[in-house]
Design a protein around this ligand. Structure first.
Ligand code: MN
Length: 206
């Protein structure tokens, strides 16, 4: 069975050609029940280089493409364009999507780890993540290898594309205006490889 929200993901891809996982449950990772949900940020060297920010919500990965990547500086608002839900099994996808396929280019797992929903209403009660997404303000605490602490995803109320959100580091002890992990920490947290090395391994593999 495939979650219905993955139909767009599936319709865009030819799984005989792309090495990406399908949304079918046979490909789903085996995960413990009582665990925190996961987030993943994939560096994706497609038509333009960007960072795909994904958070697990009810069995799928809610996804945004962040052209400049995440910042650790609370003053930096990063555009995050909502994209189609991805299957959970996408979280450890690293490889090369072939030319002429949707999203053609090299992908690596730039950061990953568990996250916690910290979205609250004015009285300090937790707002469930699905409701928070609908309302357009999501606050999450990341426990990644590169990114830690609170991040806010806020649906942009500005005129323009309804898909536009902003990704902003929240002010906490993990905020650091001097760090710039997007440029100083380019390697995969899964394999230790750079984009170039992922591509070369693919080419050498034939
Ligand atoms: Mn992408």
């Amino acid at each position: 069975m495939t979650p219905r929200s993955l139909s767009e993901y599936e319709s865009r891809r030819d799984f005989r050609r792309t090495p990406e996982p399908s949304g079918r449950s046979k490909d789903a990772p085996k995960l413990k029940k009582d665990r925190n949900p996961i987030f993943v940020i994939q560096q994706h060297d497609a038509t333009t280089l960007h960072y795909d920010f994904r958070i697990e919500v009810e069995g799928v990965l809610k996804s945004w493409a962040v052209p400049k990547g995440p910042s650790t500086d609370p003053r930096e608002k990063r555009l995050a364009v909502a994209t189609e839900d991805h299957p959970l099994s996408y979280a450890d996808f690293e490889g090369v999507i072939p030319e002429d396929e949707y999203g053609a280019g090299t992908v690596l797992v730039w950061d990953a780890g568990p996250y916690k929903n910290i979205t609250e209403d004015d009285d300090g009660n937790e707002i469930p993540i699905k409701k928070a997404l609908k309302k357009g303000t999501v606050e999450i605490w990341l426990e990644g290898k590169k990114l830690r602490g609170g991040y806010a995803l806020v649906h942009s109320k500005m005129r323009g594309d309804r898909k536009n959100w902003l990704l902003v580091k929240m002010k906490d002890d993990q905020a650091d205006a001097r760090r710039n992990p997007v440029s100083t920490e380019p390697k995969s947290v899964l394999s230790g490889r750079t984009l170039k090395q992922v591509r070369k391994a693919h080419e050498d593999g034939g």
